[in-house]
Design a protein around this ligand. Structure first.
Ligand SMILES: Cc1ncc(COP(=O)(O)O)c(C=O)c1O
Length: 370
């Protein structure tokens, strides 16, 4: 089935095969006589769906056995409070280090301040001159060797892909303090090395399923430090002990996420999808860099493979660009209001063909308006 190309930052495009299978199974899941939405979360049918989703996710992430997988709710922003409620008590000083590299990590840092002593260990909130070039705020990632970390922090928080700024960083050295990663927009798009990562969370609605599901992956030895005030439904230790069922989980979202994981395995897994993602990103950035009509202002080494913000040199043409793109079946390209311009999100389910269609339109638009 031919559909328009959907560049939404999230909720975003899902593999068509996943949607078709969900449609086929809508009224009767595998002979059960029930839609997945109608099943008890504790019944054998849904337990099978949950267990398969977890097994496939573990397989895709190559997750070591000493990690728990939690299927939670509240979205990634809820984790801004849930992470400190669970982890800041790991050490008596209730300190945490935050790396502020864009809007999402900035929000996480601000939300955390009510739970303890929050230190901004590094920030790209100011413009910077790097390698002789000027970069705007949040258009670069603070180099790890510039971070001012505290030895007695309970954890370090980073965001591996800033969805709004289009800034991605994924290389983490070994720290003496647990590393917590907001991987909402690049989880499953590339391998993550769990040697140096201790916890990761993601709103599923980009590469990891639909909205309504928030994934948490956590080293088991970090469980058990939650504040007494942490609600049970957000307590990682309780969630781990109860197979994510302290209360009713987001059953249908978990089911769709499970279909996404099966699709990803059919594509050859994360290593294969990473190759495809590199090819897509090179196609789009390659075009942007040779054009004087469009610009992506992010430092080269920190450019996101998932979210590509770009501006037209003449912002007066923005609305014309968006309207024409829409007519060509190139949807949801409007940039976030804090950055302006355009943003093409090119998650796993966006094929190279979609990126090529976008570039072809951009070229033609440049010829007509440049
Ligand atoms: C990196 C990142 N963190 C956090 C969030 C917030 O996610 P949610 O809307 O699930 O709370 C988003 C949303 O796009 C995001 O991209």
């Amino acid at each position: 089935m031919m559909r328009p190309w959907n560049f939404s930052a999230g909720p975003s495009v899902l593999p068509v095969e996943v949607l078709e299978r969900a449609a086929a199974e809508m009224l009767d899941w595998q002979g059960s006589g029930m839609s997945v939405m109608e099943m008890s979360h504790r019944g054998k049918e849904f337990m099978q769906i949950l267990q398969e989703a977890e097994a496939d996710l573990r397989d895709l992430l190559q997750l070591p056995d000493d990690f728990a997988v939690l299927f939670t709710q509240g979205g990634a922003q809820a984790q801004n409070a849930i992470v400190p409620m669970n982890l800041i008590g790991l050490k008596p000083g209730r300190k945490a280090d935050y790396i502020v590299s864009g809007n999402w990590s900035s929000k996480a840092q601000q939300d955390a301040t009510q739970f303890g002593h929050i230190n901004v260990a590094a920030s790209s909130a100011a413009a910077a001159k790097l390698d002789g070039r000027e970069y705007k705020p949040f258009a670069w990632f603070p180099a790890v060797d510039t971070w001012h970390l505290q030895a007695d922090a309970s954890y370090i928080h980073v965001c591996s892909n800033e969805t709004i700024g289009g800034v991605e960083h994924n290389e983490w050295p070994e720290f003496d303090v647990p590393l917590v990663v907001d991987a909402s927009s690049n989880l499953l798009s590339r391998p993550f090395d769990f040697k140096n990562i201790d916890m990761l969370y993601a709103g599923a609605q980009k590469n990891a399923g639909p909205a309504g599901l928030t994934l948490v992956v956590i080293r088991k030895e970090l469980l058990g430090a939650a504040d007494a005030t942490c609600p049970n439904v957000f307590n990682y230790e309780l969630l781990a002990a109860n197979q994510s069922m302290v209360n009713t989980p987001a059953t249908y979202s978990i089911y769709i996420a499970g279909l996404v994981y099966k699709w990803l395995k059919q594509q050859g897994g994360v290593a294969q999808i990473e190759k495809a993602n590199i090819a897509k990103a090179e196609t789009l950035y390659g075009y942007l860099d040779q054009s004087s009509f469009y610009v992506n202002a992010v430092q080269n080494s920190d450019r996101s493979r998932m979210n590509v913000p770009f501006q037209l040199r003449d912002a007066a043409l923005d609305s014309v660009f968006l309207a024409e793109a829409d007519q060509r079946g190139l949807l949801q390209l409007k940039g976030h209001k804090s950055v302006g311009g355009m943003r093409a999100s090119i998650y796993n389910a966006m094929p190279l063909e979609g990126v090529q269609a976008l570039v072809a339109f951009m070229k033609e638009f440049e010829q007509r308006h440049g």
